[in-house]
Design a protein around this ligand. Structure first.
Ligand code: ADP
Ligand code: GLC
Length: 488
């Protein structure tokens, strides 16, 4: 099958979170298994020189047929595994370093920027003489692709191409004034409450959800949750309307990048059968960050974008009380909300022997925290899939998670009687429930080390490779093609 992935992020070229990892590793897995996959993303100012050096400009410029024609340059890079990556160069929109915001506020022209990306996806096939069977669109940034496909491009060279839209995070939807329809060259008649209109404006994600042939989201639980009011973010009705076309497929992880046996970013490698290296990772972490000591004390780690979704504000709230009652060490890595960043820094100053905080984005530190920890904290308010808990399972760092979305689908709660489980789960995101879950993990660490070891062993043996999810995406593509061509 020929698949064009349309995305705002793909690792390692441009990344703010799990979207980049998920899209790129799915694309590589499908390509490895024999499909012909290509990927389109913007060439941001921040794409590093080492990648730029490997790309070649296509010989002709791309005419992007929005309301008016915009000319762009497309650069191609062919990865060693054969995946072709197209970078869309359009200085005015993508020349800046950051992807969505200036560090504080979203760019005011995001709707224009990602309309351009979407339209480029539909105009690129003509330039490269390659018609995809399926456009696989990721999140609202690619939401207009299915809209174009079922309106302006319904007749023409793409009439047999289907679209699949994957929701990685329903809380980001892409709003714009209705004038965006003229900018995009889309008919004004789409401005209807059942199609693109929401709250008086145009909602990109809603349009995609309405027009895509099939929909997926990144875990089975989240597929159910987004159809109800609590996590439906106002789109629960359109999701319920399309529920027969919606699949929940749990993400995989890139086992080459996240493998404790070969990871070059951790001081000691280890595996399920050879765990000595894990203890050494913790030891060197303690020597570096907690020189006052702490051997024998459990280490809790967390890595996250600091935003409402991740629930780390609740952790910050309970830390002083926790430090007063249990002897633990905590190491956090994250950036985002300025207030929370400052609160965490302040706590680290207050408890230097207990808490280490890195504010910023640091790939190497992320790997180190996954390897050195005993427990990994993810008290998310909602979590479509979550990759960090999957990494932590692979690294034998038992996740402590709120039972929601993909966390619920990937972490099996500890059973004290039998010793079963791969982590600790709790239900309500209250300070007390989180403190209880941490206390429970501490008790297991000190009082039932045999259970703990068995859980680590079990966690590390789970298969979260992309092969199974990729096969399900392939089913979904076939299903989308049937519905497109069957009705065509
Ligand atoms: P989300 O996509 O909602 O942020 P995920 O758990 O799916 O959550 O993915 C997060 C990804 O981003 C992981 O690869 C994680 O390691 C990475 N990440 C998040 N924050 C940081 C950070 N401050 N430094 C390094 N990596 C980070
Ligand atoms: C989003 C979600 C996260 C998911 C990731 C990749 O960023 O917040 O839960 O793992 O996308 O699908």
């Amino acid at each position: 099958m020929k698949i064009l992935m349309v995305t705002a992020e793909a690792a390692p070229y441009a990344k703010t979170g799990g979207l980049a990892d998920a899209v790129a590793s799915l694309a590589r897995e499908l390509q490895r298994a024999g499909d012909e996959v290509r990927l389109l993303l913007p060439l941001y100012g921040s794409v590093e020189e080492i990648y730029r050096r490997r790309m070649f400009p296509l010989p002709y410029p791309l005419a992007i047929r929005l309301g008016t024609v915009h000319w762009a340059r497309v650069h191609e890079h062919i990865e060693p595994g054969g995946l072709r990556v197209y970078f869309l160069e359009y200085q005015r929109y993508f020349g800046r370093d950051r992807i969505y915001d200036d560090g504080r506020r979203a760019f005011s022209d995001n709707a224009e920027r990602f309309s351009l990306l979407c339209r480029a996806a539909l105009d690129l096939p003509g330039l490269i003489q390659w018609i995809p069977d399926v456009f696989h669109c990721h999140d609202w940034m690619a939401g207009l692709v299915p809209v174009f496909l079922e309106t302006r491009d319904r007749q023409g060279p793409l009439w047999r191409s289907a679209s699949v839209l994957t929701v990685h995070n329903l809380s980001h939807q892409g709003y714009a004034d209705r004038s965006i329809l003229d900018f995009a060259g889309l008919p004004r008649s789409l401005f209807r409450p059942d199609q693109l209109e929401a709250c008086g404006g145009v909602n990109f994600l809603k349009g995609g959800l309405y027009f895509a042939n099939k929909l997926t989201t990144v875990s089975p639980s989240y597929a159910g949750e987004i159809q109800a009011e609590e996590l439906g973010c106002g789109l629960q009705n359109v999701l319920r309307f399309r529920s027969g076309d919606l699949m929940g497929i749990l993400n995989g992880i890139d086992g080459d990048v996240w493998n404790p046996a070969t990871d070059p970013l951790i001081p000691h490698n280890y595996s399920r059968g050879q765990l000595a290296g894990k203890a050494l990772c913790k030891k060197s972490f303690y020597q570096k960050y907690f020189p006052a000591g702490g051997d024998g004390r459990p280490l809790f780690t967390a890595i996250a974008r600091l935003c409402q979704q991740k629930g780390l504000d609740v952790l910050a709230e309970i830390l002083p009380r926790l430090f007063a009652t249990v002897d633990i060490r905590v190491a956090l890595l994250g950036s985002g909300d300025r207030k929370l960043e400052e609160q965490l820094r302040q706590l680290a100053r207050q408890f230097p022997d207990r808490l280490h905080v890195t504010v910023g984005y640091d790939e190497a530190q992320a790997h180190l925290l996954e390897a050195a920890g005993d427990f990994f904290l993810m008290p998310s308010r909602f979590e479509p899939c979550g990759l960090n808990q999957l990494y932590s399972l692979r690294y034998g760092t038992l996740p402590i998670v709120r039972s929601t979305g993909g966390l619920r689908d990937s972490v099996l709660c500890y059973d004290e009687r039998t010793g079963a489980g791969t982590g600790f789960t709790f239900h309500d995101l209250t300070p007390q429930s989180l403190a209880d879950a941490i206390g429970w993990a501490c008790a297991c660490y000190h009082d039932r080390p045999r259970h703990l070891r068995a859980m680590v062993h079990r966690a590390m043996g789970q298969d979260f490779s992309w092969s199974r999810p990729a096969a399900r995406y392939r089913d979904c593509y076939r299903w989308a093609l049937e519905s497109k061509r069957g009705s065509g």
